[in-house]
Design a binder for this molecule. Structure first.
Ligand code: TYC
Length: 103
């Protein structure tokens, strides 16, 4: 080895891989009292859905018992659940949504 030779270490990854943020599902639950139009209005106002998508998601919850509304970060999911349920509570309806971590 001459003086100019530098022993190079094999390149190893020094940047730790960043974990992707855990995702949360917002779930909409059916009930017997909240009017269909009110549920669609909430989906449009809080989740920025079109009339058609809102109607489809509302009807899925109505028929199946629940429906996934959106998948997003914990922060956004919890904020939107609170916003939607506050609207419903103010209007006197028992509409229920939850934020659940994805497996
Ligand atoms: N089942 C309600 C009715 O018949 C409508 C409804 C749909 C309520 C979806 C909640 O998540 C829901 N008035």
């Amino acid at each position: 080895m001459s003086d100019n030779d530098i022993a190079l270490k094999p390149k190893t990854r020094s940047k730790p891989k960043l974990d992707r943020p855990k995702l949360y599902k917002v779930i909409l639950f059916n009930d017997d009292y909240t009017p269909r139009e009110f549920v669609v209005m909430i989906l449009k106002a809080v989740f920025r859905m079109s009339e058609e998508t809102g109607y489809r998601v509302m009807m899925t919850a109505h028929k199946m018992g629940s429906s996934v509304v959106v998948v997003c970060t914990k922060d956004i999911a919890e904020t939107k659940v609170k916003e939607a349920m506050d609207y419903a509570k103010d209007a006197g309806f028992p509409l229920m949504l939850t934020a659940e971590p994805e497996e």
